[in-house]
Ligand binder design. Structure first.
Ligand code: SF4
Length: 462
């Protein structure tokens, strides 16, 4: 049984440097007495290697691809066909403005795919080119955009969790598979689970998310509780929070200013008691969190896609509460704040604020309904102008009908007659996970609804 072909196969796979020796041993020890020694050395080596082959297999180095897979050139044509838009390129190159008849379209200066999303999507395409014979999984949505996730499905990538999968979970993954980690990263326990499986990992975690993890880890190591401005149910925030506990620390996740003020009251010794506090923040604190002990030293971090203005308010409110409790001098020892909103989020928020300085009748925000940064763009626009948040170009229906999510609402609604006749100025932006072709298609649907045609020099495929 020891000499069956299967261990030999695994031997050749995990210990191939031993094979040349097995092949040449009988030749080297050809003559009589030496040949008997050679014979036994050969078989002893085989035996030892076979016995250890399973252990070698278990020690197989897990391949973690963080810098692409060297198939960028081969993936490029598909990426361009699936996500680019000549129309959007044209508008961007012409002052971010398109005028057709009475309609003027004003595109934000920064919109759509950010560097982290670009990289994550590209790695997924490269993975398929690199491992055509192997099963490729995504843990969940690679980014929060329906068009992109549907494309992944179409191309044969399967989902372990979430609405695009069959709820198979990690039990479905085998050592021979390839798993793509999303741009938001994975919690530590999930990483450990995948390491135990031993499959190949294509890690698309964005560098800006890893920066947040580093802050949170150093807070934990220095005895600070990480206060994360984010959504406790968001993949990125779950992954970040797990870095705090993994480094021996605690965390508290705050959604908004309202929740922050409750914590500020507690720090000042006012407001709710300990039990009510733990009940109120049950889902948003680390196991064993004790507000009396763990609010004494605070380190702030953000989910990278939060509203910058709110993050600043959260930080300032907590700092003031610490000053009230401990005084200015001690607060400098007890309070740390590193701004961890990513530059791509910041640029898109700045660009929409700039766009809103000009008179607009309508603002169209395009991006997944579960996309945090897209919702924040809609939130900014909604303060100033009538705003329609659609998750894809399909939201713009014929006969002047739109399916959209009102700002701050959970579910989409349908509205008729959203486009008015006469002069109409529409501002458009898109979240960091929205591809340009969705923006291009949305613009064409608007033109169709208004029975307008692109001038010939502009006419271009989506
Ligand atoms: S939004 Fe920011 S953190 Fe998220 S993937 Fe894009 S660049 Fe990275």
């Amino acid at each position: 049984m020891l000499l069956s072909t299967s261990p030999l196969r695994s031997l050749s796979r995990y210990f191939s440097p031993g094979l040349p020796w097995l092949a040449v041993a009988p030749i080297l020890f050809r003559d009589s007495q030496v040949s008997r020694v050679g014979y036994w050395i050969g078989w002893t080596e085989r035996l030892v290697l076979i016995l250890f082959s399973e252990q070698m297999r278990d020690r197989k180095k897990i391949k973690r691809h963080r810098r692409g897979l060297g198939r960028r050139r081969r993936a490029k044509p598909e990426l361009e066909a699936h996500y680019q838009s000549e129309l959007v390129d044209y508008i961007s190159a012409n002052g971010h403005r398109l005028v057709v008849g009475d309609l003027s379209i004003h595109l934000a200066k920064e919109f759509g795919f950010c560097y982290g999303v670009d990289r994550a999507v590209e790695y997924a395409y490269e993975t398929l080119k690199s491992f055509p014979e192997r099963r490729v999984w995504l843990v969940g949505e690679i980014i929060h955009n329906p068009h992109v996730n549907e494309k992944m499905l179409e191309m044969g990538i399967q989902f372990l969790f979430g609405r695009y999968g069959d709820g198979l979970g990690y039990d479905a993954v085998s050592r021979e598979d390839v798993v793509i980690l999303p741009a938001f990263g994975l919690p530590m326990e999930d990483m450990e689970r995948l390491h135990r499986v031993g499959c190949d990992l294509v890690d698309t975690t964005c560098g800006s998310v890893i920066m947040v993890w580093k802050n949170v880890q150093s807070y934990a190591q220095e005895g600070f509780t990480s206060v994360i401005h984010g959504k406790f149910y968001h993949e990125e925030t779950m992954a970040t929070a797990s870095r705090a506990t993994d480094s021996g620390g605690h965390y508290l996740i705050l959604l908004d200013l309202e929740e922050t003020m409750l914590v500020c009251d507690y720090i000042r010794g006012a407001g709710m008691d300990q039990e009510s506090f733990l009940e109120r923040f049950e889902m948003a604190v680390s196991p064993g969190f004790d507000p009396d002990a763990h609010l004494e030293r605070l380190g702030l971090a953000n989910q990278t896609t939060m509203l910058m203005s709110e993050s600043l308010q959260v930080a300032e409110a907590l700092r003031r509460a610490m000053v009230d409790r401990y005084g200015e001098k001690q607060t400098s020892e007890r309070f740390r704040n590193f701004e961890t909103i990513c530059s791509a989020t910041q640029e898109r928020q700045d660009a929409i604020l700039e766009l809103l300085e000009q008179p607009l009748d309508i603002m169209l925000v395009i991006g997944g309904y579960n996309s945090s940064n897209t919702n924040n763009l809609a939130h900014i626009a909604g303060r100033k102008v009538t705003t329609y948040h659609i998750d894809s170009a399909k939201g713009i229906l014929p006969d002047n009908v739109i399916d959209y999510k009102p700002v701050g609402a959970k579910d989409p609604v349908t509205k008729e007659g959203w486009l008015t006749s006469g002069p109409l100025r529409i501002g458009i932006t898109a979240g960091a996970s929205t591809p340009n072709n969705e923006i291009g298609a949305a613009i064409l649907h608007i033109l169709e609804a208004l029975e307008l045609q692109l001038p010939e020099e502009v006419a271009a495929p989506i």
